[in-house]
Write a protein that binds this ligand. Structure first.
Ligand SMILES: NC(=O)C1=CN([C@@H]2O[C@H](COP(=O)(O)OP(=O)(O)OC[C@H]3O[C@@H](n4cnc5c(N)ncnc54)[C@H](OP(=O)(O)O)[C@@H]3O)[C@@H](O)[C@H]2O)C=CC1
Ligand SMILES: C[C@H]1O[C@H](OP(=O)(O)OP(=O)(O)OC[C@H]2O[C@@H](n3cnc4c(=O)[nH]c(N)nc43)[C@H](O)[C@@H]2O)[C@@H](O)[C@@H](O)C1=O
Length: 392
């Protein structure tokens, strides 16, 4: 049995091959930004379309060909409370498949170190707060996300098992609720923060008086900006090689009611909040104890207010970009319409010319026909005269 805690640091060599799985998502894109910022130049990236990580043979072929040296696994089926409770089969099966394929192929193809990302929902619904790493598997899970949580717990256990059996360096980070650029802003399937940013923004733009917020507003949540998480991920890749998973949180919690008031203020919506208590609250409280990570030397930097302002700015830029694209499309359509009108005018002109020429030809034909009839008539008259003369 292996399982040493020897640290396999990220190399000083910035050309080392790093596969960031899920690089277009909220977390993956932040990790890519961070790696590029600190000078890594050899990132291997595949979109979901290019490489479906649920397909075992495709994943094996990819690893055999690319031979990455480091792997950060940030591809997963992810969503908020509604998505988790509506699609339990997808959340358990897709996540189990992705993580099993990637972790196993990484080990078999000589990857030096892998980081797996779980989530704070792995802990029991009523775990003592703040939640320490050793609260794992000490009580029943929150029902709205137990399928996703079971898959994530399996991921942590798989990393531990490979470390124990093969002395292979696989580590796990447990982020709290995250937010930031490239988040999913779907009205139903997203997490609370992007959902509220979208709803308050749309209400402000449409001049609505009310915005509906789910649940009672009483649950407490801890939020971390994704750029802080990316920083912590790089830190763990550099400094940590242990068997146990590591909590990654901000250490600050807020009620959903206060969060909604803050988003309302940042977006600039001036109407009322309506609470829809038919929607689930989920876990009542979910604050992690991140002292293990702090003890290693990492602390977060971005406050919730600053992070929110930054995320709303990003969202506005995306919307402006979208509008500019639509304006450009409209300009191109107008240009094409003008070209079509010019082509139609040219055709009309050509038709008029042809009709005019047809008229001339018809006139000529008419005159020719008239002359032929004249000639024929005089011929007949001549023949009649000749006939009369010869018989008289
Ligand atoms: N967001 C949060 O609040 C939290 C997230 N986490 C964890 O962080 C990680 C990343 O989450 P996040 O960035 O928010 O999620 P996103 O949904 O933003 O991104 C997920 C990424 O995974 C890719 N992906 C999904 N399925 C497949 C597949 N079958 N094959 C290849 N790629 C696939 C997606 O690609 P595509 O879009 O093309 O499908 C996307 O790039 C997850 O492990 C999640 O559990 C943990 C705690 C909180
Ligand atoms: C990261 C974490 O995320 C999920 O757990 P969650 O923390 O419960 O997620 P959430 O962000 O969706 O909700 C937080 C709270 O906010 C309330 N809420 C109000 N209004 C809206 C709203 O409009 N949308 C959403 N989604 N929630 C809303 C909502 O009722 C709840 O009380 C899991 O997927 C879990 O698996 C996981 O890992």
């Amino acid at each position: 049995m292996g399982g040493s805690d020897k640290v396999n640091s990220f190399p000083a060599d910035k050309t080392a091959k790093i596969f960031v799985a899920g690089h277009r998502g909220l977390v993956g894109s932040a990790i890519v930004r961070k790696l590029l910022q600190i000078g890594f130049t050899n990132l291997i990236l595949r979109t979901h379309k290019e490489l479906d990580l649920t397909r075992q043979s495709d994943v094996e072929a990819f690893f055999a060909q690319e031979k990455p040296q480091f792997v950060i696994l940030s591809a997963a089926k992810v969503g908020g409370i509604h998505a988790n409770s509506t699609y339990p089969a997808d959340f358990i099966s897709i996540n189990l498949q992705i993580q099993t394929n990637v972790i196993d192929a990484s080990y078999r193809n000589g990857v030096k170190k892998l980081l797996f990302l779980g989530s704070s929902c792995i802990y029991p619904k009523f775990a003592p707060q703040p939640i320490m790493e050793d609260a794992l598997l000490t009580g029943p899970l929150e029902p709205t996300n137990e399928w996703y949580a079971v898959a994530k717990i399996a991921g942590i256990k798989m990393c531990q098992a490979y470390r124990l059996q093969y002395d292979w360096d696989a580590i796990s980070g447990m982020p709290t609720n995250l937010y930031g650029p490239n988040d999913n802003f779907h009205p139903q399937n997203s997490h609370v923060l992007p959902a509220l940013i979208r709803r308050f923004h749309e209400a402000k733009v449409s001049g609505a008086n009310e915005v509906v917020v789910w649940g009672t507003g009483s649950p407490l949540r801890e939020f971390l900006h994704v750029d802080d998480l990316a920083d912590a991920v790089v830190f763990l890749m550099e400094k940590y090689s242990g068997l146990g998973h590591v909590n990654v949180g901000s250490g600050k919690e807020v009620t959903i009611k206060d969060l909604a008031e803050l988003v309302k203020e940042v977006v600039g919506f001036e109407g009322e909040l309506l609470w829809d208590s038919t929607k689930p609250d989920g876990t009542p409280r979910k604050l992690m104890d991140s002292s293990k990570l702090a003890g290693l030397g990492w602390v977060p930097k971005i406050s919730l207010r600053d992070g929110l302002v930054d995320t709303y700015k990003w969202k506005l830029q995306v919307l402006v970009g979208f509008i500019l694209c639509k304006v450009q499309e409209l300009d191109e359509m107008k240009k094409r319409l003008k070209e079509m009108e010019e082509e139609a005018a040219a055709l009309r002109e050509m038709q008029a010319k042809v009709e005019k020429e047809m008229g001339t030809v018809q006139g000529l034909l008419y005159r020719c026909r008239f002359r032929i009839y004249g000639f024929a008539a005089s011929l007949v008259a001549g023949l009649v005269c000749m006939f009369l003369v010869s018989y008289t």
